[in-house]
Design a protein around this ligand. Sequence first.
Ligand SMILES: Nc1ncnc2c1ncn2[C@@H]1O[C@H](COP(=O)(O)OP(=O)(O)OP(=O)(O)O)[C@@H](O)[C@H]1O
Ligand SMILES: [Mg+2]
Length: 267
Amino acid sequence: MPIIKDHKTDGLPFSDSPKLKARNVNVFYGEKQAIYDVSLDIGANEVIALIGPSGCGKSTFLRCLNRMNDTIEICRVDGQILLDDDDIYGSKVDVVPLRARVGMVFQKPNPFPKSIFDNVAYGPRIHGLVEHRDELHEIVENSLKRAGLWNEVKDRLHAPGTGLSGGQQQRLCIARTIAVDPEVILMDEPCSALDPIATAKIEELIDELRENYTIAIVTHSMQQAARVSQRTAYFHMGQLIEVNPTDLVFTTPQHSLTEAYITGRFG
Ligand SMILES: Nc1ncnc2c1ncn2[C@@H]1O[C@H](COP(=O)(O)OP(=O)(O)OP(=O)(O)O)[C@@H](O)[C@H]1O
Ligand SMILES: [Mg+2]
């Protein structure tokens, strides 16, 4: 049972220029419901932060947005998710190109056991985005530059990606994600394993990426949400309680549950 019956999300869950639209999304793991009737737009070129106590469904909701939940056998997603008005759960949708359009960066950096170059080249290769080796080199170089990693790795592109530091590995994973030119990037606590310097680099990068991409980021750090996002969505026990401009959420939250969370009464 939802904790608040017939809850309607407070604030501004919808956008004037939506890139992704979630409508009446319910998610179940077997019999257990993890997301209750969530409707939310993610606007073009915005960074939206998803926050809330552990277990409230942030990762589950994020994974709905590129059908990552398909990989969990007991997981069932109801409702509608539209990417540029196309239903991503449509019967004809192939998840491989979908996940290139809606890329994902995980909590723990997960470079492939391949060279730095091959990690970034992987996507363009499997999606057949390149015909010539020169072109591939250019994509790899550009992606590493945009991820702020090029200068640190340009002399060792053929060294294993797993040999980099944690923060470098996370930027490598971001380079790998942007190498296929996605439209949306989903990030699930991308900095939780990083030190403050590496975190600052990723946050700077997020701000730059917003020019070209739409970004949804899950974070447990309210400071991070405040630094990188324009809107913040507060989840509580599977319900989307409130969505508002980030500065409002952290100064004058509209819902008492949001207030309780941001003032540290739970979570
Ligand atoms: N693979 C799974 N199988 C069964 N239940 C799951 C699975 N993944 C998540 N859940 C359940 O769904 C609910 C939401 O979990 P989810 O991981 O989305 O929360 P979260 O907000 O991301 O938490 P955290 O902040 O700890 O990462 C929880 O009750 C969790 O136990
Ligand atoms: Mg999570």
